[in-house]
Write a new protein. Structure first.
Length: 298
């Protein structure tokens, strides 16, 4: 029996983005209980240039495409939320948010940890790299703990849980019915949370191979190795898909544990939004990009 189509997703503001092959859909719940569905045709680099689909290379390419697509999906949901307020999302708003997001991520998780270690006494390079990695992991976990206290973020985490449940149901080849979807876990091994955690763990090992040079050299080395680390992490994440061997379960366990912080049990209305987004990318794609409104229960 053939495996179901591989689907990826992301929670957005009051909605869910789903992606399958060259199709993307964003479904958002509106205040009047209707659901706004945005559909797009994608043009992945791996389909245009086969070399970008090779193992390890595809990981870095997929990471970049997923990052850009994720920002786009968030912008679509933000524009929808602002439209209900009678406001409009300006182009410069998007550029500012992307710049601040990238700067915050690079600064918090790569520059700050390596900068803090300058205050430690001399240690072997391996210990320096291990301590730096532990600081990075601590900052990441603490960041998630802090933002998870916000009400709006908790709503996003509920949609994150709905996305995972619906994808699990699809992968299990079960009918996409709410009662069945509810029985699945909110934690999925191919989640972006697990991917980021893997990136951080792999970076500890890989950075250790380059010793402990001067601060600016360390920063340049870490930034330049990010595509390599993303490529390795991507292949490991793919290995966890439909593979239940003890070793793979052990590798997936830390990411699944961390998802306890980034996923929350969704309600039926949030599950409905995730189902609509999934069905939109599994159905025959439209020839052009489209946006339409659906009634509740559609």
């Amino acid at each position: 029996m053939p495996m179901p189509q591989l689907v990826g997703g992301q929670a957005v503001l009051e909605g869910v983005m789903m992606r399958c092959g060259s199709r993307m859909a964003v479904a958002c719940r509106r205040r009047d209980n209707s659901i706004r569905l945005h559909q797009e045709q994608l043009f992945p680099l791996a389909k245009r240039y086969p070399v970008f689909g090779w193992p390890f290379i595809r990981g870095a390419v997929s990471f970049l495409e997923s990052l850009l697509l994720g920002v786009k999906a968030l912008n679509i949901s933000a524009a929808e939320a602002l439209a209900e307020e009678g406001e409009e999302l300006k182009t410069w708003h998007t550029y500012v948010m992307v710049f601040l997001g990238i700067a915050l991520g690079v600064g918090l998780f790569f520059i700050l940890p390596t900068f803090l270690l300058r205050f430690l006494p001399p240690l072997p390079p391996v210990l320096f790299n291990m301590i730096e990695g532990l600081i990075r992991l601590s900052i990441f976990t603490g960041y998630i703990l802090i933002i998870s206290r916000w009400g709006e973020v908790q709503r996003v985490f509920q949609y994150h849980g709905a996305e995972h449940k619906v994808i699990f149901c699809h992968e299990d080849k079960t009918l996409l019915q709410t009662d069945m979807i509810k029985t699945y876990s909110t934690r999925h091994p191919r989640c972006g949370t697990s991917f980021i955690l893997l990136v951080m763990i792999i970076s500890i090992i890989l950075f250790s191979l380059f010793g402990w040079p001067d601060l600016w050299q360390r920063i340049l080395i870490r930034l330049s190795l990010l595509p390599v680390i993303a490529g390795i992490a991507y292949e490991v994440i793919r290995l966890t898909a439909n593979n239940y061997s003890p070793l793979v379960r052990l590798i997936a366990a830390p990411g699944l544990w961390l998802q306890r912080l980034t996923t929350i049990e969704p309600d039926e209305r949030q599950i409905e939004v995730a189902v609509i987004a999934l069905q939109a990318v599994l159905d025959k794609p439209a020839e052009t990009n489209s946006c339409r409104e659906l009634t509740a229960g559609a």
